[in-house]
Design a protein around this ligand. Structure first.
Ligand code: GDP
Length: 484
């Protein structure tokens, strides 16, 4: 059902209603079995079709994973430079692009695409992320072997020779809706792999067209370069719409369930998360996560940002109000822990100082914590990324969230938590926004750069009414779209 059933007893269910497959080694990835104890909300159960799909995926992955005869056969085929019809295993290889939040969202999107197209997801994890994610699939690996024949995978950029647009331009791939078209039928002419540039530049936007999907079906290897949550845009492809509807009867549950299924912090990260949680957050009756991101294109002075946070909190009644007249009241002994995630220390300092200098209304106890303030993004450093990942999970264990608009870091936190966040509006043009924040319509991330395709996009007609009922413009970015 879609109804919220936050009963903690029921969700001592460590496998999250069958979302996670049983039988994996507990010690090698403790978070996988323990996270259920920390999540505060379980708003959606996985649907039976999703469970069937996941179990079938796991079987396929084991059959096709690196080290198997089928994998070797597919790599041989890749070496030949041509795609072959009738290969048992076809793949999508995820490549890292941008910060951790972006990466987590493109991993989830790539995985859902693999589910929809019967592919196998392999990931090319760089050194800086080598100890972040557990193996997600039982009895196998998702890591791309180092001897993968396509070289320089981390340095191909947005428009390499093998990118989809470039292959189309050079007629290496012909898109048609006529199966008997000889040009399209000639499978030997199809390249062995296609590089998909689906990042914020959205170079290969025709990927999101039905006829193009039919052409790509026959390519054995896809390389995915994206920093986006492009799932809402898959819904606008008629070929995927029906199945997505079945897998996620509530569209808002897509990222929430997929991320809880796919991404599990390694023990190193999990140790940080649980130590911090137990030391600072566990004792509180309620946890509020506040994630503050300052983009260079929307930067404003600390004072302005701080005032925006306060105005937002007042508007949406999030942080406890201060009221020194109530100092003596002892009736309400509720305690609130405020967890700040930010690269900077200033907001934590100010919020903490406020509750030091002033009483919270009703005598409530308020504690304020911030695990790190790294000052600068340093995605090339493993320990930096581990801290970032730990904070994303700590946000995910909050009852309530305030996040920064357009930040994938905050999007992941909300989806993990199963919380519709309050989103601080970005200060476009460095102007303090008139409306400090908005309640999100769903816990889904925004696809910040959806494909803009028109006439050139051919394929079956998508159900537009259904689309309008489930995909809308994001609260924090008028160009983005999200599920609700
Ligand atoms: P986005 O840029 O906000 O969409 O989020 P990303 O996660 O993709 O990239 C921002 C990166 O900056 C993160 O991955 C971290 O490396 C770093 N970062 C940003 N905010 C925080 C924070 O609150 N805590 C920590 N530890 N790192 C952060």
């Amino acid at each position: 059902t879609n109804a919220s059933h936050g009963g903690a007893a029921k969700h001592a269910d460590e496998l999250l209603g069958g979302l996670l497959a049983p039988g994996m080694d507990r010690r090698s990835c403790r978070s996988r079995y323990q996270a259920a104890q920390y999540y505060k909300h379980f708003p959606y159960e996985p649907s039976p079709p999703l469970l069937t799909k996941l179990r079938a995926y796991e079987t396929r992955h084991r059959k096709c994973a690196p080290g198997t005869a089928l994998y070797n056969a597919s790599v041989e085929q890749l070496r030949s430079g041509r795609s072959a019809d009738g290969m048992e295993c076809n793949y999508i290889v995820w490549l890292p692009f941008d910060g951790l939040g972006n990466r987590m969202l493109s991993m989830v999107s790539g995985f859902l695409y693999a589910l929809l197209t019967d592919r196998v997801l392999l990931v090319d994890i760089p050194q800086d992320s080598s100890d972040l994610f557990c193996e997600p699939f039982p009895g196998t690996t998702w890591l791309l072997p180092p001897d993968f024949p396509v070289g320089n995978l981390f340095g191909l950029g947005p428009r390499p020779e093998q990118s989809y647009m470039s292959l189309l331009a050079r007629k290496k791939i012909v898109v048609t809706n006529d199966d008997d078209d000889p040009a399209a039928k000639n499978a030997t002419a199809l390249p062995a792999y296609v590089y998909l540039s689906l990042g914020w530049r959205m170079v290969d936007k025709l990927f999101f067209c039905g006829d193009d999907q039919r052409a790509l079906e026959r390519v054995n290897w896809l390389l995915l370069h994206s920093d986006l949550y492009f799932v809402p845009s898959l819904y606008s492809v008629a070929e995927f719409q029906g199945e997505l509807r079945q897998l996620f009867p509530a569209k808002e549950s897509a990222c929430h369930l997929l991320i809880r299924y796919l991404l599990h912090p390694t023990n190193a990260v999990w140790g940080m998360v649980t130590r911090y949680y137990k030391s600072y957050l566990a004792q509180a009756d309620r946890r509020i996560g506040i994630q503050i991101r300052m983009f260079s294109f929307a930067s404003i002075p600390v004072d302005d940002m701080y005032n925006q946070i306060l105005a937002c909190s007042r508007q949406e009644r999030i942080m406890p109000e201060t009221d020194d007249g109530d100092e003596a009241a002892t009736g309400d002994l509720n305690s609130t822990a405020i967890l700040i995630a930010s690269l900077y220390g200033e907001y934590y300092e100010r919020i903490r100082a406020t509750y030091y200098a002033h009483a919270a209304r009703g005598g409530a106890r308020v504690t304020v914590f911030q695990p790190t303030h790294e000052e600068q993004q340093a995605t090339q450093k493993l320990f930096h990324n581990q801290k970032a990942m730990a904070e994303i999970y700590l946000l995910g264990f909050s009852e309530e969230l305030v996040t920064s608009g357009m930040s994938t870091f905050g999007y992941v936190g909300s989806s993990l938590a199963g919380v519709r966040p309050t989103i601080l509006m970005p200060a476009h043009g460095h102007k303090v926004p008139a409306t400090p924040c908005r309640r999100a319509v769903s816990m889904e991330p925004c696809n910040l750069t959806p494909p803009r395709v028109g006439e050139e996009c051919r394929g079956k007609a998508v159900d537009k009414d259904d689309l309008a009922r489930h995909v809308k413009v994001c609260e924090d970015d008028g160009r983005g779209v999200k599920f609700f």
